[in-house]
Write a protein that binds this ligand. Structure first.
Ligand code: R5P
Length: 292
């Protein structure tokens, strides 16, 4: 039998219970489970994330730098917040003991030999929960041949994800012949947010990127895009964060770098330690010698 309550308990009557706003923009009205998943992707201390993207194989196969994910990518895992990957790689290569958050690709279908915008939803929310992931990622092709289909794929994931507290990351994919400017990215990111995505991945542009982040009501992370010199990639990450991005979801500029571990650590210093690109580049060069 539990003993009867004694006198003298302290209910701290003078301390009101705190009711805090959630730290990510546009995310305050999400449910507890979804917020908790978002807080595993974005560090609550600074609101930023360093996601390592290596899901390219779902339409490209073993692209340069991803020939052996066990050899090339696993050594980078300790330095990032989140892994963006496919379920096949998660099951076959990533040790289940990892505590990093996972963003799992949930759309797919065509390979690089076909029309890429013709994707379907390829992974269920139940599978995403079974794999204990923190968000599902879907490609959205604004202006692409199958624009409507890709937006409806995204909407369906948002509908089901909302029921289960699973966020959806909309990835804005740009066709080869399309103009990559702030006007296009304002359109693409805003449509994704309006249609319910909890966060959006897009590309950085030199002119007017701040208008993209300001007009998108939910957090934006930037893709790295094609491999460029390390200092340029560090400058891009720095400017994107200064201009309102909440993080970096970088692939080729990390895993195709001459020293992927050094580059991951340098990008981390920009994202979480507010290091200037030149300082981070110095760090990259020192670390490169250490790892080679
Ligand atoms: C592209 O469709 C993939 O989903 C990648 O996640 C994305 O492009 C980011 O990788 P990168 O930094 O190589 O552009």
């Amino acid at each position: 039998m539990p003993e009867v309550d004694k006198e003298g308990k302290n209910f701290h009557l003078e301390i009101p219970q705190k009711s805090e706003l959630f730290f990510l923009k546009g995310s305050n009205e999400l449910g507890w489970g979804m917020k908790n998943r978002m807080a595993r992707i974005f560090n609550p201390k600074d609101g930023h994330t360093l996601m390592l993207a290596f899901d390219h194989g779902y339409f490209q196969g073993p692209t340069t730098g991803l020939e052996r994910i066990d050899v090339n990518i696993l050594p980078l895992v300790p330095y990032v917040d989140t892994l963006m990957l496919t379920r096949g790689i998660l099951r076959s290569i990533i040790p289940p003991a990892t505590t990093k958050s996972i963003v799992m690709r949930a759309s797919g279908g065509p390979s690089i030999l076909k029309e890429l915008s013709n994707e379907e939803i390829a992974v269920s929310v139940e599978e995403s929960i079974r794999m204990n992931v923190s968000a599902m990622a879907v490609q959205v092709f604004i202006g692409g041949e199958y624009e409507t289909k890709s937006l409806l794929n995204m909407s369906k994931l948002v509908n089901i994800g909302t029921q289960y507290g699973m966020p959806t990351l909309a990835v804005t994919a740009v066709g080869k012949d399309m103009v990559r400017d702030a006007k296009y990215f304002r359109l693409a990111t805003r449509i994704c947010a309006e249609m319910g995505a909890q966060f959006v991945k897009t590309y950085y542009v030199e002119e007017g990127f701040e208008t993209v982040t300001k007009s998108c009501p939910v957090p934006i992370v930037i893709a790295g895009g094609k491999k460029r010199p390390e200092l340029d990639a560090l400058k891009m990450a720095y400017k994107a964060l200064q201009e309102g991005a909440s993080g970096v979801d970088m692939g080729r500029n990390i895993f195709q770098s001459e020293s992927p571990i050094a580059m991951t650590r340098a990008i981390k210093a920009v994202v979480h330690e507010n290091k200037k690109p030149e300082e981070a580049y110095e760090m990259y060069q020192e670390l490169k010698n250490e790892y080679n």
